[in-house]
Design a protein around this ligand. Structure first.
Ligand code: ADP
Length: 445
């Protein structure tokens, strides 16, 4: 049993973790930069330590300062949240070397899934469906031409060390393959310090469907359904929902079984998300996230599970005693990401929140660290609130969501609430007739 956990994060996810710790009787240590002195996570934690100036590199990514904070306060474990150091395998290893538990998977599994080429190879070896393409990095032009001859256009060229949706290029029939490859290699070198590339078949209209995994690293691995995260802008998710519309339960259960079996085989420990693209009735692995995700909330709401609590229990060495047949979903849940940004230009707008009034009532959950007169510092992610709405069916969910978005008051700064209202009232969204490109094609239209 841990008595004290340090949370190596800020904002809503730090609050989310503190709340579960309080319910479990575990003390919490917040870390913060100088610009986050009056942040809500600092106020709610039992203790707090200032770990550096506003720049993330010097504070929330500063490994020596965070480890020192854990040692000084006697924290027995560190929860990394999402973003920042959550998928840094060195941080996981260093934490353990200092005798502190890392609430997450083994460092080696984080490393393996963080390398795109290795992750794809591992997924294939574990029996997960992958997109046709090169087996690992591609070498000379002859090899590339041979693969393109086998899989056909269109293809997507990706940087082996890429991430964050950068460094990808689509090549269509008739495009100059050779010049695109040399540009991609040059860009990969300058963005990621590694010019190696790999290629795969490009899907023109896929949906993003991901599977939530919970594994104890010993003998049990479960899946908690899927999330449809196809409403995206620049590969950033904007709205997520579960269950996904128009995909049979049999198909989802088959994919979930495959995914959880793969994690059991790997000896994976903790929560994880396996992301797939879905087109023409088929799923294809794209990546695995070895941490809690922003959209874990909708799974919690429909499965009646606290995934942060499960993460902590697994890190304490507990086994998962549940059977897959007892993991049952009920109702529908949708999450909207509320961002501090201009809804038309998408330019982030930090600043003073003069008046804050979140919606309430039946079916509503708000995960946010905002309060009246809070000053949003410009140094961090623009996500300021997650509005999660649940109901017995999707139609009721949309009615509640409309009402809640209209009710939400965040004055003094611009937010994307007008855009969210626009999206959820479009007929394509209402009918579930969209893919990952839909939002960008229909913005401001
Ligand atoms: P990153 O690690 O940079 O986020 P991913 O491989 O996860 O890169 O891909 C990011 C996004 O790019 C995906 O969520 C999807 O929207 C799009 N994408 C990736 N591969 C393909 C593909 N083969 N066909 C169509 N879209 C793709």
């Amino acid at each position: 049993m841990f008595n004290k956990i340090l949370i190596a994060n800020r904002g809503e996810i730090a609050l989310r973790i503190i709340r579960t710790c309080q319910e479990m009787g575990i003390e919490t240590v917040a870390i913060h930069s100088t610009s986050d002195e009056s942040a809500m996570h600092v106020r709610l934690a039992n203790q707090s330590v200032c770990i550096g100036p506003p720049s993330p590199i010097k504070s929330y990514l500063n490994i020596p300062a965070i480890i020192s904070a854990a040692e000084i306060t006697g924290a027995e474990a560190i929860h990394p949240g999402y973003g920042f150091l959550s998928e840094n395998y060195n941080f996981a290893a260093i934490t353990k070397e200092h005798g502190i538990e890392f609430i997450g998977p083994e460092s080696e599994h984080i490393r393996m899934m963080g390398n795109k080429v290795e992750a794809k190879k591992t997924a294939k070896d574990l029996g997960l469906p992958i997109l046709p393409g090169s087996e690992g990095k591609v070498g000379g032009t002859a090899q590339i031409e041979k693969i393109v001859g086998e899989i056909g256009f269109p293809i997507i060229i990706k940087a082996a060390s890429g991430g964050g949706g950068r460094g990808m290029k689509v090549v269509n029939e008739g495009d100059d393959l050779h010049s695109i490859i040399s540009i991609a290699a040059r860009e990969a070198k300058s963005f990621f310090g590694d010019e190696s590339l790999y290629i795969e078949k490009f899907l023109p209209k896929p949906r993003h469907i991901e599977i939530q995994i919970l594994s104890d690293g010993k003998d049990n691995s479960l899946f908690f359904g899927e999330r449809d995260c196809s409403i995206q802008r620049r590969h950033q998710k904007v709205i997520e929902e579960t269950p996904a519309m128009g995909i049979s339960r049999d198909k989802i259960n088959e994919l979930g079984e495959k995914s959880s079996k793969a994690m059991k085989k790997l000896g994976y420990k903790g929560v994880g998300t396996i992301e797939y693209l879905y087109e023409n009735g088929k799923f294809y692995f794209i990546e695995m996230n070895t941490r809690i995700q922003v959209e874990h909330t909708i799974t919690e709401e429909t499965y009646g599970v606290d995934l942060i609590r499960e993460q902590i229990l697994i890190a304490m060495g507990q086994k998962l005693n549940k059977k897959q047949s007892n993991v049952l979903q009920s109702g529908h849940s949708i999450q909207c990401r509320i961002l501090a940004e201009d809804p038309k230009t998408f330019i982030p707008c930090a600043g003073l929140v003069e008046n804050y009034h979140p919606p309430g009532g039946h079916g509503i959950r708000i995960d946010s660290a905002l309060y009246n007169n809070y000053f949003i510092p410009p140094n961090y992610d623009s996500l300021i609130s997650k509005l999660i709405v649940s109901a017995s069916n999707r139609n009721d969910c949309l009615n509640i969501l409309n009402r809640a978005l209209e009710e939400y008051v965040i004055s003094g700064i611009k937010t994307n609430i007008p855009l969210l209202i626009d999206i959820i009232n479009r007929k394509e969204f209402i009918n579930g007739d969209y893919d990952i490109n839909w939002l960008e094609k229909n913005l401001n239209g």
